[in-house]
Design a protein around this ligand. Structure first.
Ligand code: 13P
Ligand code: SF4
Length: 345
């Protein structure tokens, strides 16, 4: 078997290789996956919440925005999307002529399920003239009713790009919406009351207890968290110095992990994130705020299912052409705004 060992310098954008294989992965399996991908002219994309084995075998690992950007530009004819269904749909919207495969189409998202296209149409009718900003965690049908999509890494910039006197309908995540409203100080933002069950479960009291027990630790908080408001409250009250509290997308967490000098960082997001954080910074201790913050949908994508997907070409993700055409504009606006976050390869 010809598997090189991981070195830090190799964990950068470059020619896809198996140089980054650091999880206790079966290297024979990993080589087989890469060979199958080459044979099928497929590229494997993995979200930061995937299981370590899948993150390590993927050609590209990143946050939602980075993966959307990659999906729009990769040369391969097939994209194997190791993430959840709305992410694979977004890849289809951006690369309509490519074959998009998700290893298990049942991998949904509790947040995307909190708003339907009908509900959004009804909301729009109540606020004529408002601009609709939808988080990328939405179905293709909702994106088709949206003016601009955003992800957690560019939500603030997306809302800032809308003239200050134009009302904004922001959906579906209430915690991300509250974060954007705080950052932009907009008083004409209407926020949909959706939430992700995993992030909403990371609450302020847990965070407060951990901060009290670890007074020197830095905090990385995903803006979908139920604790985001509490984290900012703790910071503004001086309980946690503001400079140690960072509200970040998963890609933003990785950038911050590369440069932090902290001995310990408390991480408030889905626990799959810890794998990449520990990979890019081996000297800092990264600890989850809530060990039970596991997205069962992300974890539906297993190494066995990835292999099955490559061999059998299933599950194919399709989006009706008219919906994809209407959704594309809002997704393309999203990928044009904000600083690209880095991806691992
Ligand atoms: P990111 O956009 O930060 O990757 O988050 C996606 C997601 O689903 C968070 O739960
Ligand atoms: Fe959806 Fe939450 Fe899972 Fe992210 S962590 S994919 S928002 S259910």
């Amino acid at each position: 078997m010809n598997v090189r060992l991981f070195t830090k310098a190799q964990f950068r954008i470059g020619t896809p290789s198996l140089a980054d294989v650091t999880s206790p992965v079966d290297k024979e399996w990993a080589n087989r996956i890469r060979a199958l991908a080459a044979e099928k002219d497929a590229v494997i994309l993995a979200h930061n919440y995937q299981v370590p084995e899948i993150q390590d075998v993927a050609h590209h690992v990143g946050d939602s925005l980075a993966l959307s950007r990659i999906a729009a530009t990769v040369p391969e004819s097939t994209i194997i999307f190791c993430g959840v269904h709305f992410m694979a749909e977004t890849a289809k919207i951006l690369s309509y002529d490519k074959t998009i495969i998700i290893p298990d189409e049942r991998a949904g998202c509790s947040l995307a399920d909190t708003i339907t296209a009908d509900q959004l149409r009804e909301w729009k009718a109540q606020h004529p003239g408002a601009v609709v900003v939808s988080y990328v965690n939405t179905t293709a049908a909702v994106k088709a009713e949206t003016d601009i999509c955003c992800t957690s890494s560019n939500a603030v910039e997306v809302v800032q790009s809308i003239p200050a006197d134009v009302p904004v309908l922001f959906c579906p995540d209430q915690f991300l919406g509250a974060h954007v409203q705080r950052m932009t100080k907009r008083d004409n933002m209407h926020i949909w009351m959706g939430e992700c069950h995993v992030h909403a479960g990371i609450n302020g009291s847990e965070l407060k207890a951990m901060v009290a027990a670890e007074p020197d630790a830095e905090l990385f908080v995903h803006p979908e968290c139920g604790c985001a408001t509490s984290a900012m409250y703790l910071a503004s009250e001086g309980v946690v110095p503001a400079e140690r509290t960072h509200i970040l997308s998963t890609g933003g967490m990785l950038d911050a992990a590369r440069t932090t000098k902290a001995k310990k960082v408390l991480v408030a997001t889905e626990t799959g994130m810890l794998h990449q954080l520990r990979k890019v910074n081996v000297t800092t201790v990264f600890e989850p705020v809530n060990r039970a913050a596991v997205c069962k949908y992300m974890k539906m994508i297993t190494p066995e299912k990835l292999e099955h997907a490559l061999v059998h070409g299933t599950d194919v993700v399709d989006v009706p052409r008219d919906i994809a055409d209407r959704a594309r504009l809002s997704v393309e606006r999203m990928i044009a705004i904000g600083t690209p976050s880095r991806v691992g390869e």
